[in-house]
Design a protein. Structure first.
Length: 94
């Protein structure tokens, strides 16, 4: 998976989560904590479906953020090694 794909997924999941945060008036992190603890009333079919979608979006976002962080460190290492190689190569005078 490319960095751009990962970022697209993160932004898409943030959009989904934002809709539910507006609807229910709580952060996705607070929702997910309550959801995992079984403390939310999801007795209605529609709410159950929404809660599952919201929790899935949150989990996907967390996974993609971890992937992005790992790829970012690799990218940073490449940039730093390139910069080091460039700065250590001194021009010669003739």
């Amino acid at each position: 998976m490319e960095i751009s794909d990962i970022l697209d997924d993160i932004y898409a999941m943030q959009g989904v989560m934002k809709q539910y945060e507006k609807k229910y008036g709580i952060t996705s992190q607070a929702f997910y904590t309550l959801y995992r603890a079984g403390k939310l009333d999801d007795s209605e079919f529609e709410r159950t479906r929404e809660f599952c979608d919201w929790a899935s979006a949150y989990e996907i976002k967390l996974e993609r953020e971890q992937e992005f962080e790992k790829m970012s460190y690799k990218q940073l290492a490449i940039l730093l090694s390139t910069q080091s190689a460039t700065s250590t190569s001194l021009p010669t005078s003739n």
